[in-house]
Design a protein around this ligand. Structure first.
Ligand SMILES: [Zn+2]
Length: 357
């Protein structure tokens, strides 16, 4: 009996009663934190933090910037994350521009912005999380919810997930772009009815119903009961002003729909909604020319690209493999045999694809 009581007591003492923001120091007046709980922050303020996301191989810390805009009135928590792939930059500017235009006195609820999740990838302008000898091609957006205390990337993901992202999100938008050498339209993925509503409020060019991949911020949030989307904003390694403006407008629309901001909600709508994707590949190595622009509607069989050899002589004309819309193009014309030239999103009537396949 006594033993059981002691065990229960030790368990109670071991488990923190409440998760609270853990401040461990500061850099240039910005608090360094090991954990964030926006519930314990004062209302009606903007706060900035350095979140300590783990250790580098030289026993220093990785830091991730966090901006919290806590409204004067209570309400839901919206999480915005950017640059989990380190060469995808537009989302950083979306968060910066959005926060610059927000007045917490006019807001209900809390916006949590993380403008740059992948510190090592950003430093090296690479999609991967580097360096990590525990993975051949470390992709931080396949590692959630991570494992604190595990090897490099697992620990980094685990700390982000447990101490920053998951506890501070009622709904979430993870901001991406395409990778180096490629470009997207404004493109959203959604896997649930509420996620589809969020995606349509962004007014994307193309919406893909998609059950997604394990370990992404979007999918792990959805699995944890938090409606979430992945939003793709054009091309990598740039701040594209037009795309950033559309991103800010979409998130503002969502904040209004969630009643976190005053103002009229613009009706959610996607330019095109599909549930299946097909790649267009080069039948032969060479230089690709696209015959249709990014975002174009195409018909099955329509010529959409050509391949030329090293002397500029036409070798192949490539037809569209499906009727749909071009959501991705490869901006780098150099193509190996079998390399991708574009992707087409289309609607499949296969019942198995109703929610995306
Ligand atoms: Zn990405």
């Amino acid at each position: 009996m006594m033993r059981a009581f002691c065990l229960a007591l030790s368990l109670m003492l071991a488990a923190p009663a409440v998760a609270a923001t853990e401040r461990v120091g500061s850099i240039d007046g910005v608090a360094i934190i090991d954990r964030l709980d926006v519930a314990d922050l004062p209302a009606g303020q903007v706060q900035r933090f350095w979140f300590r996301a783990g250790e580098t191989a030289i026993a220093q810390s990785w830091y991730v910037p966090v901006i919290v805009v806590k409204g004067a009135r209570p309400g839901p928590k919206l999480l915005l994350t950017a640059a989990i792939h380190g060469d995808e930059l537009n989302g950083i500017d979306v968060i910066h521009q959005l926060v610059a235009g927000l007045d917490p006195a006019q807001m209900a609820g809390t916006l949590v912005g993380v403008p740059g999740l992948n510190t090592p990838g950003l430093l090296q302008s690479t999609r991967e999380w580097t360096p990590d000898d525990s993975r051949a091609s470390p992709n931080l957006n396949r590692e959630m919810p991570g494992a604190e205390g595990g090897p490099g990337i697992a620990d980094y993901a685990g700390r982000l997930w447990n101490r920053l992202l998951r506890p501070n999100a009622d709904q979430a938008v993870d901001l991406h772009t395409q990778s180096r050498g490629t470009a997207y339209v404004l493109y959203a993925f959604a896997s649930t009815p509420r996620a589809r509503v969020i995606a349509e409020l962004m007014r994307p060019d193309i919406l893909k119903l998609d059950q997604g991949e394990k370990g992404t911020v979007e999918n792990e949030m959805v699995r944890a009961g938090v409606p979430a989307i992945t939003l793709e904003l054009g091309t990598p390694e740039v701040f594209d002003a037009a795309m950033v403006k559309r991103g800010v407008a979409g998130i503002t629309n969502l904040l209004r729909e969630m009643q976190m901001l005053p103002g009229d909600v613009i009706k959610g709508q996607a330019g095109f909604t599909g549930n299946k994707l097909t790649p267009v590949r080069a039948p032969r190595a060479g230089f690709a020319h696209l015959l249709v622009p990014l975002g174009a509607a195409v018909t099955r069989g329509q010529p959409i690209a050509t391949i030329s050899d090293a002397f500029g002589r036409l070798t192949d004309t490539i037809p569209a493999p499906a009727t749909g819309h071009i959501n991705t193009v490869f901006t780098d014309p150099r193509r190996a045999r079998g390399g991708m030239i574009a992707r087409i999103v289309y609607w499949s009537d296969d019942p198995a694809c109703r929610e995306g396949c």
